[in-house]
Design a protein around this ligand. Sequence first.
Ligand code: AGP
Length: 608
Amino acid sequence: MCGIVGYAGHRPAVPLVVEELHRLEYRGYDSSGVACVQQGRIRVVRAQGKLSQLEQLLSQQPPSTATTGMGHTRWATHGAPAVRNAHPHTSNDGTMALVHNGIIENYLEIKNDLQARGYVFHSDTDTEVLVNLIQECRKSEPDIQKAFAAALNMAHGAYAVCLMTESEPDVFYAARMSAPLILGVGTGENFVASDIPAFLPYTRRVVFLEDGEMVRVTCSSYEVRKIADLAPVQARVETIEWDVQAAQKSGYRHFMLKEIFEQPKVIRDGLTGRLSADRGGVTLHELDGLPVPSRLSIVACGTSSHAGMWGRHMLEALAEIPVQVEIASEYRYKEKLLFQPGEMVLVISQSGETADTLAALRRARECGATVLGLCNVVGSSIARESDAVLYTQAGPEISVASTKAMCSQMLLLALMSLYWGGRKGLVDSSKCSAMLGTLLSLPGMLEKALPEMHERAITLSRKYAQSRNFFYLGRGHCYPLALEGALKLKELSYIHAEGYASGEMKHGPIALIDSTFPTFAICLNDELLPKVKSNIVEVQARQGRVIAVTNAGVDVPAEDLWVVPDVPSTLAGFVVLPAVQLFSYEMADYLGKDVDQPRNLAKSVTVE
Ligand code: AGP
């Protein structure tokens, strides 16, 4: 997620803005920049890489005396990480600068229109389009605030923006739609930022701007208005009690918990710009130039391989593409990699830097395969070396244990299944819109269910905290979720856990079951329910204790039931996933483990 800061006050703006950006570094970024008005001209300084590079550039120039400024840290979505794509972006006439967090869905359409009017663009970003749209709007509406509002009303999508113009050096404008932006109300100074930590050392008094609101800010005033009609809004000032560290986690105890609760937003963001206007189809322009694969090898590690295993069910059911899922560390050393005509490889990696997965990609390409990448980090090695790459746009995942990334990977795999199924004529618009309807309903459903699921995880983790072993059982599309649940419990609480296909228990592992070896069974209201129930009975017959994740009204013989919302079966994984994540999170936190930095683990395993 990009970070935005704006300042109007009595202090030198540029160093303060850079200091604020430092407090947003936890959000992850790949470039940064600042803007102010100096001697009547917009002045912009931008750098790729860390803020130290920006500071280096600033130190080589005369210090600015401006007391109003803004800054940005960029987490690349449109356009690779590069100076030309770093914010702030300026209008063609050089009189305005804009920083932006979010995605303007219709930016290409606006860009084409502006190019036809003679505008030129130097970046690949939607942000540069927006600032030039404001310039175009000022031709018919010289008032900056009105022109700003007019342009925003033409832009569709998510944005948090900050605008400065050379004609008002001591003013900045800001606006938000589906991306966070908070006003900090100081004494003789005012701030905006994407997140509270940026200005918390200067003021604890904040105004949470709402979607569709904009604000004009000076050192001594702020006026909040509706973007739609510039109607004034009565702003409510609140006081923040958190410290900076807590604020970076938005008040959650750990980044992991914050990222689990970000999954509704991840689904919403992942769907943005990928559905056809009538929602009867999926648009994945990254794949338009490639044939539909005749067969697919999905190659990944750890949590990403579990996402691939879940995606296999969707790809085979909806697109009838035979899929095999391979562990990258095994795949890269296979005797032979044999590819039939039309076969492709899909590598899945949140970080895009996992050594085994990167090596597998390179080996597959050497053997002549077309390789697709599914990554979260724009411009990562795997993204750059894939023939085509899809970005999950989950935002940076800070906690070492991967949570929201898997959710975003599953979402993209579902969209790829619908997309390829549509191209093969196997998924018609009514079937596609039914599934998209369910996907679109997930964020609201999860936002409602997550707090209750969290409470259930707290209760059950305390009850089973003394267990030293756990089985996780699942069948069909829930088998990968059983594997993920076991991995999460292992890597966070250091309790031994095995994920197993429920039907496999009787082929040996059941010998382990006794009253000290509990089982976490995923037992949803689907066609495999009777089979899973009989597996649960087998476990209980050996004094095994069972936690069953199930749906309301399902009669399951278990010591503890965990009822989750009922979702059409192939997409039920989106509600089971947070359940297993929350259980392992609460178990680890209760046992006093280092939840965000578990022992022996690295966020990106860049070694063999
Ligand atoms: C995630 O909880 C794990 N720590 C780990 O298995 C991770 O999923 C794996 O290393 C793959 O990482 P990647 O998605 O960045 O390639």
